[in-house]
Design a protein around this ligand. Structure first.
Ligand code: B1M
Length: 219
């Protein structure tokens, strides 16, 4: 019932209600992951379907997205609490031309939950900005999110620019987002693809561990 309330309030864009229901669900000892998947993401998926069928439009989707982010502010500390000490560093962003940030925010949250320190570059990030940030922050992992078929090719552009800047050997690039697939990731030379935020976090840990072992063998 409470999960349905979260989903319904999110669809109406009622941010305060969503926050209250998320808190109530936590008080009822419902697992944070269940609240996320069966409350927040479920509501957003329903809105996505209505958006596709032209039953709702950008303003409704925008308020629903704000309500989703409001709910995530309550869940965030709990979902990231498991990470105690940093095992590595990640840079997360949504690529140039793309303003969708909910999936990216979830990836950041899950990665932090695995004890990986995260720098969030936000949305609409140009390849130049990403290259500069890689040089500045020296992350182990770069996470690129793209939600539009028109922006997924920007993920390739970022990898091309990272190669040109000669920094690919120090990092591992993970890509994801609704239109992205493993085949696409393989085709553009990404080090990994994850279908969802939790898998992205698992993959980040795996790649950091592999990278550490590789470095050890080189020394
Ligand atoms: Co947009 N939008 N949108 N939108 N929007 C989609 C993506 C769309 C599929 C809707 C549709 O038509 N059915 C469609 C894209 C079509 C396409 O390209 N094939 C679309 C469109 C067309 C547009 C505009 C062009 C609409 C317009 O203006 N006419 C416009 C573009 C703006 C721009 O970016 N330049 C636009 C705008 C917007 C809003 C601003 C209104 C809003 C975004 C608000 C925000 O993010 N703050 C919005 C929203 C909310 C959506 C939908 C409804 C929901 C997206 C979402 O947040 N889902 C979306 C429809 C849909 O997806 N059903 C849609 C929940 C989120 C948890 O899922 O982001 O997929 P998602 O993340 C998942 C996985 O993809 C994965 O993990 C998450 C789950 O754990 N993942 C990764 C994501 N990044 C990852 C990175 C990884 C690994 C996994 O590794 C690094």
């Amino acid at each position: 019932m409470i999960l349905e309330n979260i989903s319904a309030s999110l669809q109406k864009g009622k941010a305060t209600e969503v926050k209250d229901f998320v808190q109530e669900a936590l008080n009822q000892k419902i697992a944070p992951q269940t609240i996320l998947n069966e409350g927040l993401i479920k509501g957003m998926t329903i809105i996505g379907g209505k958006f596709k069928r032209n039953e709702v439009f950008v303003p409704e989707v925008l308020v629903a997205a704000r309500a989703m982010n409001a709910g995530l502010t309550i869940l965030r500390p709990i979902l990231v609490a498991s990470g105690t000490h940093a095992i590595g560093k990640a840079l997360v962003c949504t690529v140039q031309g793309d303003l969708h940030d909910i999936g990216k925010n979830l990836v950041k949250m899950m990665i932090e939950g695995q004890g990986i320190e995260c720098t969030d570059l936000g949305v609409d990030c140009s390849p130049e900005k990403i290259v500069e940030s890689v040089i500045l922050y020296e992350p182990d992992i770069v996470c690129l999110s793209a939600l539009l078929t028109t922006t997924m090719m920007k993920q390739k552009l970022v990898i091309d620019e990272l190669k040109k800047a000669n920094v690919m050997k120090n990092i591992r690039v993970i890509i994801g987002g609704a239109p992205v697939t493993q085949d696409f990731a393989d085709g553009i030379g990404a080090d990994g693809y994850a279908p969802d935020a939790a898998s992205a976090a698992d993959l980040a840990v795996k790649l950091i561990m592999e990278k550490r072992n590789l470095m050890k063998n080189v020394k």
